[in-house]
Design a protein around this ligand. Sequence first.
Ligand code: PEP
Ligand code: MG
Length: 777
Amino acid sequence: MIIIKQGGDEIISGASMKDVPNILWLEEIRKEDIISVGGKGASLGEMASLGLPVPKAFVVTAQAFRRFLVEADLEEKIFKLSDQLDVENNAALEKAADAAKTLVMKAKMPAAIRDEIRKAYKKMSKSDLIVAVRSSATAEDLPDASFAGQQETYLNIKGEAALLLAVQKCWASLYGARAIYYRAKQGFDDHTVNIAVVVQQLVHSEKAGVMFTSHPITGEPQTIIEGSWGLGEAVVSGSVSPDNYVLDQRSEKVIDRRIANKKVEIIADGDHGTKLVDVDSARQDAQVLSDEEVGKLAMYGKIAENHYGIPQDVEWGIVAGTIYILQSRPITTIGNKSEAKGMSGQKQDAKIILQGQGAAPGIASGKVVIIRDVKDTGAVKEGDILVTRMTNPDMVPAMRKVAAIVTDEGGMTCHAAIVSRELGTPAIVGTKTATQLLKNGQLITVDGERGLIYEGVFESSAPAKAATQQGGFSNAPIITATSVKVNVSIPEAAARAAATGADGVGLLRIEHLILGLSKTPGWFIANHKEEDFVKELHDGIKIVLDAFPGKSVWVRTLDAPTDEFRNMAGGENEPHEHNPMLGWRGIRRDLQSPDQFRLQVEAFKRLWKEGYENLGVMFPMVSHPDQFTAAKEMMRGWGVDVQNATLGIMIEIPSSAIMVEDFIKAGINFASFGTNDLVQYTLAIDRNNENVADMYAPQHPAVLSLIHNAIQTCRAYNIECSICGQAGSDPKMASWLVEHGITSVSANIDAIAKIREAVARTEKRIILEAARNCDAE
Ligand code: PEP
Ligand code: MG
């Protein structure tokens, strides 16, 4: 461990950090400067040093931050706050974090640093440039430690005053409660952790996309470019079918160009965030890139590939004719089903080392990283394969980074399966022994469709996420009389979900919005942060509503079993239950915790008031109509016009299937089968227990009988009847449901195309058979 000496530059341990200036321009930065500029700064510097057109940027170095702490005399005071801190004591943690942040915000930035930042900003552009101000934390003893997502980023910053404030806010964010907790849990010495701030021109791309610098499947010297209108997020997330260009590097000619119908684009939304909008008709079928632009992009791609010595997956954007290279990383993963066909020869030779349930489709290769405890997720790097007993909500940030996910436990409806499908990340669950059999650093290939794990990496590689876009679900012009809706759990999946053309959202699981905050609802209430809770819910739900204008979105009230809350701040107050699946969850808990229920209703009320009439509310885990009536009365008491609100229930417990007529008489507007639970409660099979996974049978006659009877009752009363459990993503089951009269089916994003096809086929068969019967009469 490095010894810290206090005072001026002396405090910055290691000679390497001593003489570093307050400001470094990207062109001056090399990857060795990571201690001074953080991971983000170092990788941008590396790209700029190659002469790639990276958006202009400078970094306020970690040393500048240290000098600020020393000159403002803050070090002792801040270290004292964290030295004896018990980070498990939430109140104390929050108090220390608030005090440290206040110290940083109230202190004056040294005049020299302020002037240098001002000067650098002026040097970027004559007029005030709009910049993004991003934190890039660094640890002296572990230069490449990952602190991603722990500190703040400020977008759309304009003008000197706003910039200086944003820099200081980034500094203060080093002492956020979550960041302190994370460092303590990871065993970092807080005294040696610094923060650099990247100030970079914000590029609002008019057109953007991704490029593979060599053919991702065959490895041929061909550059493959995908491009569409607006920000690159639309291409990366798969919200749009992009144009596709192939440049042959030997002849330097564009040998193939496929111009897609680009219906939507993602653009900047005011000061913060982005929004999905329709592309005007004139640009929908227009070619995004000229041959000259393709040529230039390919040239930049080659520079990156030659430098890193391995084919690259490059993100690019173009504004007013200027090309920007935004990110470059090695291609480490391989394509999904469609590419897999091309690799079948290779796969036949490959050795299968483990098997489980294929929970999210796609194929990816990478290095195994075994996570035994959520506090170790810092070790997870972009492109790794996350192997763990079972994921939980705290792991979602790590799940976003990885190429594939493998778990010991769980079935098709466990946390890992649900989140992976929405992230578009291949996943295999229920392998039983992955964490024992696989080794850290081992190279493997995961086939998330078939549930197979192969030894080694298949040579051909293409990004799995990009590949899932090619599923082509957005252009299927199939119209069905039965509504085909989509399930959403994380708002970032909303754009991909909307791009399926689904008829609405049949289930929005809001607990994922909350679980991602790492604090229980009870914590927000106990700490008087109710408004934060309501805002988080409101903003997350709004993203989904905005993606589905005019289509119904059924938002389900909280339904997290108590064990999912355990690792979060406030989790220590959760009761220990013998069987959380049968415990205090869903409407039962809300009815007994009026504060928790009221805050959710407050978020709904605000959205209704803002005009989102398409929002319907769905209650989970109801077992008796009295529960529905009680929930409705509470909402009425909080000022909801319950007569006009769309309120419904999930049918997840046999009692609610049996009593559906009583629910209808109590006033439900719709019902939706939650078969994930209905199956487990009908058959006494724990849905997350891989030992009984083969007995988990959604098509068990008893389950089908409950569903059949409930559908008939709903039809008799003209009540919309739907399904949002995983069984609705199985074409056979969807077909059966249509035959039995269901009004809508809500499926996973990746299943929409096949469900729509199955539904359409079944509907046609019913019509055909009816016509034939008529003819015969
Ligand atoms: C279900 O039970 O089928 C369902 C959709 O809810 P969850 O998977 O969130 O329990
Ligand atoms: Mg359920």
